[in-house]
Structures are given as C-alpha cells and as structure tokens.
Design a protein around this ligand. Structure first.
Ligand SMILES: C[S@@+](CC[C@H](N)C(=O)[O-])C[C@H]1O[C@@H](n2cnc3c(N)ncnc32)[C@H](O)[C@@H]1O
Length: 313
C-alpha cells in the first residue's frame, strides 16, 4: 500500500462512529486506510476543559470520537501535526483566536428547523398578546430575543408567525427580533436567509407562498421585509452581560441549555430573568430545565411548553 505525503490534502471520510477511515488519492486512484490518531486521557481532559471554559459545552467521554473526528478534519485542513500542536494554537488567546472561531462552529450542533415547536405560537398568542390585550391599539410592538438561533430558522419562524398574525388581525406589525448565537458561520447562513426546499418542509404552505421567493436550484430566499425584522448578532452566553439590550417581551431559548451542566443552566436562567420586562415571558425547550426557582419568575402552564413569566420588577 502506498503511503501518503504529509502535505497532501485528502478528502475526508467518516465511518458510522465518526472515525476517519479511507481517503482516495488523486494520483493513484487507489484506496488507502487512514485511522484517526489516538488522544491520551490527559490531553482529552485539557480539550474538554478548554471547550467548556469558552463555550459552556461539556463533552463527555462518550463523545470523545466526535471530538477527535472534528479536530482531525480541521487539523488536516490546516496541516496541523498533532492534537497537542493544535491545542497549543487554539488555546493561545492571540494567535489562535481566528482558528478558534472556526473550530467552535465545527463543535457546536446547529440542528434546527422551521416551525420546530409550534406550540410556542399558541403560548405567545394566549399568554402574552391576549392576556395583555395588546391588539387594542391596533399595533403589535414586541421585542423578542431568540437565543442560540443557529442558522436562523427559529427567529425567522417567529418573524413569519408575527407577520401573518398581524395581517390576519389587521394590526400594524412593529415587532423586532434579536437573534444571537456563538457560531459565526451559522450566523452567516442565517443572515443570507436562503434555504433549500428540504429545509422548508415543516413550514405551512401559505407562509412559503407569501414570504419566500424561489431563487433557483430548489432554494428559497426569505423576503426582505421579513429579513429586516431580525437582527443577528454573535453572542456567547457565557458573556451575556455584554449584550446591550434589555426589557424583552419574550425570550426564546430552546435546545441550547441541553449542552450545559445544571449550575450553568441556573446561572444563565437567572440572567435571562433580568433581561425581561415585567410581565415578559421566557420560553425554553420542554424538559430542558428542572428545579429552577427565581423570586421574580413564575411558571406558565400552556400545553407541552416550558415557560416562565416575570411577575415582579
Ligand atoms: C441545537 S441548536 C438550537 C437551535 C434553535 N434554538 C432550535 O431550537 O432549533 C443550539 C445552538 O446553540 C448555540 N450555542 C451553543 N453554545 C452556545 C453559547 N455558549 N453561546 C451562544 N450560543 C451557543 C450553538 O452554536 C447552536 O447554534
């Protein structure tokens, strides 16, 4: 079997366990077996601590092969020689900052979809808009924060729903959405607002028809007027205090807390409480948080949602 030169850039293949396996060399057209290098426990612990300290995400031993495959792929792209060498690069707060941005995008999970949890629309309508008689002025002026918005499907779903709701009720839509995520690349996709049709299957037909334009290759672009309602910003939840907005009517944070341990979840939830106006609602993913009590917040019961209302100043 021919060996490979280090400088060669190879296509990457993963097996079902996410291990690098075989790559085809352009010169020989032959198959060559490549295994992912091992990482000892000490270095694994260092990687886990680095990722947790910077993102809050804890990588358990059971996901070691996930970490190794993501690192190996990136190391091969930039021709880094070893996990240790790559660790030294990304942990260097000056030299490694740009590379860290890329790695964070690879290590975070951006699974999302339009209309992922449609019970939140009913909750917003019944528990916030109707309870506070917000349509009385013939306008809806809400400030919403979508936290951990990934590639944009969650905040755009909210923007679409609000737009349609206002249209059906003949009121002015003045609502705006802040959408934040730690991943630079996910936010770039979100800002583009173009999605292939297989990412739009959940979206009710009338929304696709009214608020998207086909741009070729089975891709659809969200209309400008909807896109302008959402402001995407990079924000690491570990630095939430740098986020300069507050007094939100609604905060939606779904499928994000699952990556954090309980102490960090509680810390972040306590911070969210301060970002809401009195009466404002925090919406989480069902079952994502247990045992959280806050003196300013009370639980809101609506279908299968997990939500809390700020009841005191
Ligand atoms: C599974 S996606 C959830 C997307 C969307 N909220 C939904 O429910 O469909 C989780 C998102 O949380 C983001 N995330 C993870 N750690 C974060 C952190 N420390 N600060 C901000 N966002 C983070 C990831 O980049 C990812 O886009």
């Amino acid at each position: 079997m021919m060996s490979l030169k280090k400088s060669e850039s190879l296509p990457v293949n993963l097996d079902s366990e996410n291990r690098l396996t075989e790559s085809k060399t352009p010169e020989s057209e032959g198959w060559h077996f490549r295994t992912m290098p091992e990482m000892d426990d000490e270095l694994f612990d260092k990687w886990v601590s680095l990722v947790e300290a910077r993102t809050g995400m804890r990588i358990p031993q059971s996901r070691k092969s996930f970490l190794l495959s993501k690192l190996s792929i990136r190391m091969r792209e930039i021709k880094s020689e070893s996990y240790q060498q790559y660790y030294e690069l990304v942990s260097d707060e000056n030299r490694g900052l740009v590379e860290w941005e890329t790695l964070v995008d690879r290590l975070t999970v951006h699974e999302t979809r339009f209309w992922r949890d449609d019970s939140i629309f009913g909750l917003i309508e019944k528990e916030y808009i109707e309870k506070n008689r917000l349509l009385a002025n013939r306008e809806l002026n809400l400030q919403v924060w979508s936290v951990g918005c990934a590639t944009g499907e969650e905040p755009y779903s909210l923007a679409l729903w609000f737009e349609h709701y206002c249209r059906l009720n003949s009121v002015d839509n003045k609502q705006g959405i802040h959408a934040t995520d730690i991943s630079r690349d996910a936010l770039t996709t979100a800002r583009n607002g173009i999605y292939p049709d297989n990412r739009l299957t959940n979206l009710p037909g009338e929304y696709l028809k009214h608020y998207f334009t086909e741009v070729g290759d089975n891709r659809f672009r969200i209309n400008k007027q909807l896109k302008q309602r959402v402001c995407f910003t990079k924000l690491n939840l570990l630095n939430m205090e740098t986020f300069p907005y507050s007094e939100f009517d609604i905060i939606v944070c779904q499928n994000v807390m699952i990556y954090f341990d309980q102490a960090l979840r509680i810390k972040i939830l306590n911070q969210f409480a301060e970002y809401l106006k009195t009466g404002g609602i925090l919406i989480l993913g069902a079952g994502e948080v247990l045992g959280w009590n806050h003196p300013k917040m009370e639980s809101v019961s609506f279908q299968s949602t997990l939500a809390f209302r700020r009841v005191y100043e």
